[in-house]
Design a protein around this ligand. Structure first.
Ligand SMILES: [Mg+2]
Length: 193
């Protein structure tokens, strides 16, 4: 049987913007820690950054990371905003016969909420790949998964919002059959080797 080509897309901040959900989750956690008279000022400072910028800074305490993401992805999942131009672009590509695979480091524990959003917006995916645990760094895990996919499919087009993830994959993956696009709202930028 002839091998197929696949469109592989990241989820958070590529298909759905999670900034408002993360901010609400960070505010909850910040208040909880203040009430508990938290004396670790690093975590409070990092939460202030998340509340201000909607981003989780590098080195964010692992002890609280899971609680923050669980709150954002479960409790505040209705606050995820769809990247409609890109969603429509993928839906059109699927109609034309391309296979769509979702590749997200958010974790197996959020499969239900992830698939719920994809279905809500009519994205006809063939599979959702999530890590079973968070032992590897996100970009490392992603690179290994793209490598597996590149051995199964003739041609892959990867969509991702983090340029550093794309460069990590390009630099470590020696596959000629993967193309990379940086997604910023409706703008897709081709990233070369
Ligand atoms: Mg992302």
């Amino acid at each position: 049987m002839e091998k197929l080509s696949a469109l592989v897309s990241d989820f958070d901040d590529t298909l759905f913007f999670n900034r408002p959900a993360l901010i609400s989750a960070a505010k909850d956690l910040y208040e909880k820690l203040l009430k508990g008279k938290e004396e670790d000022y690093k975590i409070l400072n990092d939460l202030e950054i998340t509340i201000g910028e909607g981003k989780v800074p590098k080195g964010f305490d692992k002890k609280w990371k899971n609680e923050l993401y669980t709150s954002a992805y479960v409790k505040y999942r209705d606050k995820l905003l769809p990247n409609l131009p890109f969603i429509n672009y993928l839906k059109e590509s699927v109609k034309q016969g391309n296979e769509l695979i979702i590749l997200s480091a958010r974790g197996e524990e959020f499969r239900e909420q992830t698939e719920e959003m994809l279905n809500k917006y009519g994205l006809n995916y063939s599979s959702v790949i999530l890590p079973a645990n968070h032992e590897l760094k996100d970009e490392e895990w992603k690179m290994l998964e793209v490598k597996k996919l590149s051995e199964t499919y003739n041609h892959i087009v990867l969509f991702e919002d983090k340029e550093e993830n794309i460069h990590h994959i390009i630099n470590n993956l020696k596959s000629e059959n993967v193309e990379f696009y940086l997604v910023d709202h409706s703008i897709l930028t081709y990233i070369t080797h």
